[in-house]
Design a protein around this ligand. Sequence first.
Ligand SMILES: Cc1ncc(COP(=O)(O)O)c(C=O)c1O
Length: 455
Amino acid sequence: MTDTTTSTQTNLGRFVEAAVERLREQDPELYGILDAEYRRQAGVLSMVASSSVADPSALICEAMTPMNVTAEGYPGRRFHAGCRYIDEIEQLAIDRVCKVFGARYANVQVMTATSANEVVMFSCLKAGETLLGMQLDSGGHLTHGSPASISGQVFNAVGYGLDGSERIDYDKVQELARQHRPKLLICGTTAYAREIDWSRFRAIADEVGAWMLADITHIAGLVAAGVHSSPIDHAHFTTTCTHKQLYGGRGGLVMIGKDADMIGPDGKRTLAQTIDKMVFPFFQGAPNQSSIAAKARGMGFVGSPQFKAVAQRVVKLSSALAEAFKAKGYRVVFGGTDNHIVVVDVAQKGITGVNAEKALEDCGIVVNKNRIPFDTRPPTVTSGIRLGTNGLAIREMEPEDMVECVDVIHDILTHTRQDSDKTYTIEPDTKAAALAAVAALCTRRPITTYPPVRD
Ligand SMILES: Cc1ncc(COP(=O)(O)O)c(C=O)c1O
């Protein structure tokens, strides 16, 4: 292997450059695929609501040497030696999470939002006990009681939904809570575009003696930036992942606000102690310390003034996106948006969600098929698509660009023939024009945090 490094580089700089070079020389096949993925991301319009573009400084932390350290336990109380800097990294991550979200407790070891939710469920419920969560069709998540996940298999899951105006039906939540007396009330969503009333949920939880879990996985960045109200001091537990809207670190968090020292479900431990024990040793062994470093870095970005501007742009763009769809005659579910999500009923325009998703991807625009409230089509087909603006805000797009995006999307959808629910044909001229338009837009609005791609 040739040494291409210069003497002015730092140790970490030499390490990273040598690592990339070693990968290229020793495993060109994998290197080629990773390079192609980097190029793909630079050259497509990612409008996936559940993604963002991690800051390179957070991405690189995921690849650092803390990965090599096995460190069961928590800072200052490890079951392994060699954890001096590991403890510093984890404590930094905890302190930054608490500062950014105004929390009094944070567990940064959970690997995903799914495991964060499971940690809270198993802290509050025994097998067979009742939880109340939002139904999938209404915008809830699999982990909130769907039979397809452990949450709906191990516990008795009762679901709430939307009212006639496509808003969370809080009166029905209250009625169901009174009827079923759940031990855990879950709020937070995966495809709901409106502001959530955390205090109403807490009042319902308190009335029936339930613990409250707010899952802010989708809107964590907006909450951190003060663009969406915070559940931290309303919910007993708040969970999120760090990779959807926090632009860095792939993993989960469990946070607690003012109730951190409240005695928990076992009547002995505080809520904070309960979560610590449930994460390790009940659910996990040694955490991924590189991911924890990436979470610390991600939180550094989220706590900066630049991030507030990104979050404000996310919301400005999504509302422009919703308006642009309406102007073209589409039905926007929920009537619009308060966050980064826009759900569009495409079946009404004669195309299924899955065909719309695939046709758009063929043209360089990435969105997700999504069921809409009261959808009669199965999850593999769907009547809608869900779009999000996290990946557009980091390109510093403007509301006018949303009009251009919708023009291209509309052109593709109206020139795609639906052959069956899951098959379609796009007119070749439309596809060529759309690919050119997307390439031009991506060049004009590059990902601002990434170095440009060169051939
Ligand atoms: C509300 C909500 N909770 C949890 C999850 C699961 O996240 P993860 O992929 O980190 O397990 C998702 C993912 O879409 C989500 O939208």
